[in-house]
Design a protein around this ligand. Structure first.
Ligand code: AMP
Length: 194
């Protein structure tokens, strides 16, 4: 049983690692980016509202994002733990997540920060944009997403560091190398797959 969060700049490989780590632990991976993209694709009211922010590389407002995640975490499949990918990303989201978990008598166990050099990121995302056709993967929007990350999300690192639940992993390397690093850090904190 583990409640874990992956944090890191866009293009650090969070999504890929999230899927792998969640599968290894048999817990759901919750990606707010994926949920928003699914809503944009299906043209739901949430998707219509979120699309403009996403296309500009800005964050979707906290009110929308917090409600979405609160709802998701209360679902039955999260009772045995979960992995959050890309949420929280603002201090207000940290507070909202704390509230939801406290109400359940739970808390986050571990926060994994995945780091990567900005130049490597810009190149990775350029390739991903070509492969997946994501509308927010062009260079100008990517640079904005990196700025927004530095301004809004980087401060979360210190918050979780002070709580003593932060580990930092180098995101440069093959998928297997990076997931090996994450599993090693988790194991050092007492979290190993069953
Ligand atoms: P991602 O796939 O995690 O890079 O997210 C893609 C886009 O979805 C972001 O650039 C934001 O516009 C939006 N998004 C995802 N997660 C959040 C979040 N926690 N708070 C606000 N916006 C988010």
């Amino acid at each position: 049983m583990v409640r874990i969060l992956l944090v890191g700049p866009p293009g650090a490989g969070k999504g890929t690692q999230a899927t792998g780590i969640a599968a290894t632990f048999g817990i759901p991976a919750i990606s707010t980016g994926d949920i928003f993209r699914a809503n944009v694709r299906d043209e739901t009211p949430l998707g219509v509202e979120a699309k403009g922010y996403m296309d500009r590389g800005e964050y979707v407002p906290d009110s929308l994002t917090n409600a979405l995640v609160a709802d998701r975490i209360r679902q039955a499949d999260c009772a045995g733990g979960f992995l959050l990918d890309g949420y929280p990303r603002t201090l207000d989201q940290v507070r909202a997540l704390d509230e939801v978990l406290e109400a359940q008598g739970n808390k986050l166990d571990i926060v994994v920060e995945i780091t990567a050099d900005p130049e490597v990121i810009v190149e990775r995302i350029r390739l991903r944009g070509l492969e997946q056709g994501r509308s927010d993967d062009n260079e100008e929007v990517v640079r904005n997403r990196l700025d927004v990350y530095a301004r809004e999300t980087a401060p979360l690192i210190e918050v979780y560091q002070k709580r003593g639940i932060l580990v930092t992993v180098d995101g440069i390397g093959t998928v297997e190398t990076v997931s090996g690093r994450i599993l090693q850090e988790m194991s050092a904190l007492g979290f190993s797959p069953a």
